[in-house]
Write a protein that binds this ligand. Sequence first.
Ligand SMILES: [Zn+2]
Ligand SMILES: [Zn+2]
Ligand SMILES: [Zn+2]
Ligand SMILES: [Zn+2]
Ligand SMILES: [Zn+2]
Ligand SMILES: [Zn+2]
Length: 543
Amino acid sequence: MGSEDDMHDCNDLEEFYSSSDNDVENDSDNDYVYDNDSDDASPKLVSIRQQKNYIVLKEEDIRRRQEDDIVRISAVLSIPRVAACMLLRQYKWSVNNVHEAWFSDEDGVRKAVGLVEEQAVKSQNDRELICEICFEPYPVDKINSAACGHPYCGTCWAAYISTSINDGPGCLTLRCPDPSCNAAVSQDMINTLVSSEDREKYYRYLRRSYIEDNRKTKWCPAPGCDCAIEFDVGSGSHDVSCLCSYSFCWNCTEEAHRPVDCETVSKWILKNTAESENMNWILANSKPCPKCKRPIEKNQGCMHMTCTPPCKFEFCWLCLGVWAEHGERTGGFYACNRYEAAKQEGAYDESEKRREMAKNSLERYTHYYERWATNQSSRQKAVADLHQMQTVHLEKLSEKHKVPESQLKFVVEAWSQIVECRRVLKWTYAYGFYLPEDELAKRQFFEYLQGEAEANLERLHQCAEKELQNYLGDGTSEDFNSFRTKLAGLTSVTRNYFENLVRALENGLSDVNSTGASSMKPSSKFVAGSSNAKSGKNSSSKI
Ligand SMILES: [Zn+2]
Ligand SMILES: [Zn+2]
Ligand SMILES: [Zn+2]
Ligand SMILES: [Zn+2]
Ligand SMILES: [Zn+2]
Ligand SMILES: [Zn+2]
């Protein structure tokens, strides 16, 4: 029985995707001529199009859907809408489950929800009734009752309901104050008997229940965001991206961590918490230049550092190695990502051995943690840069190079790609940490794929970060065209490398035996020519 699939899903899904492109990408212009391939839209858009296994619900969507469901149940079962609302809540807002339960055992369902038959209010004389809480006599029209007919005065009802509302979401299943009575207190009574403040609270709980009790929906965890995500449970990747631009894992609600699984992520986060005191120094943003020893501050996103004159030494922020050895330029293999375990040779006595092992284990963790954390901060910087680009720099570029902003999408796409890749790269370091050391072939394959992806991302990030600066200053339009070609090229090449990496990790590196690492060599022309910029400045040195 596929009882979880509520009836509106398919249609709404289509409707959502055909109507919401503008929400996702406000500046969608049709005259964007440089990239009219449909699969070349911004990464966020691409990922939504590829997966289609979730829908972002804005506040008004949530209201509308909840109302639609209530109206539908009310019509199909021929019951008042307040009763329909109680039923839906009882069955976790699954229209199908309400149907099934109702038509197989209506009496049972009525009992469970507290929908009792309407009773006439019993009164000794026609004009007065005693409130069963305060025992004061009241005229009949000042007495209220649930369907059961137990009489209470307005003041006692208001206090009773208000207490329950202020106690929490339990107010949604409030019953008659009579201890032996099961009759539900309906929304109609809430509407007429309590203050507008309490009423508002009640309806907030009702809306929250619609998202929180439904196993297909969750709130976006970003602070201040009122959107929810409806997820197609049982379908592929768990990563979802909200309209507020926050990406998270629908399964564990940590930030998005594809291609790493939830279990690894939670282990890693726990480990980081335990080690946080030891690791704080890693996040310091200054290191001594490996050549002249002056402190160099990292204030940009990419890892290519250049010491200030006269030293001008170019090095890698992460491994402090010579930058030129990081690319294909030396014919070498990108190795900044690889952890080389210290050789444990020679004669150690037991305590030396133990000390050595402890040191190695900390070094190993430090290696992965630093790369994880640095990619995280690099991503945050990129998010800020992307924002700056969209709000300030695009307009400047457009004016300066006489290009309509609609043709500058390649810049935004480059930055969106950087943001996404920094996220993926970051998580691959948690993956690497937990990849068993004795699975040598897998390790090598993993490090190869990760290294290639990382090297390309560094090129892309450097181009978007530093070379672009030249075009915000002086630079002819002809130059600008070649810059466009280069940046767009790097963007698409980098995307391919990361797609490969993600796919390989999600397959548990199972291709390691069939595809040798050598057959994964890059095939694009963009890779070779663009590895190092002439004027890479990532640093200011402080003396
Ligand atoms: Zn009373
Ligand atoms: Zn009652
Ligand atoms: Zn959000
Ligand atoms: Zn997760
Ligand atoms: Zn230096
Ligand atoms: Zn390095």
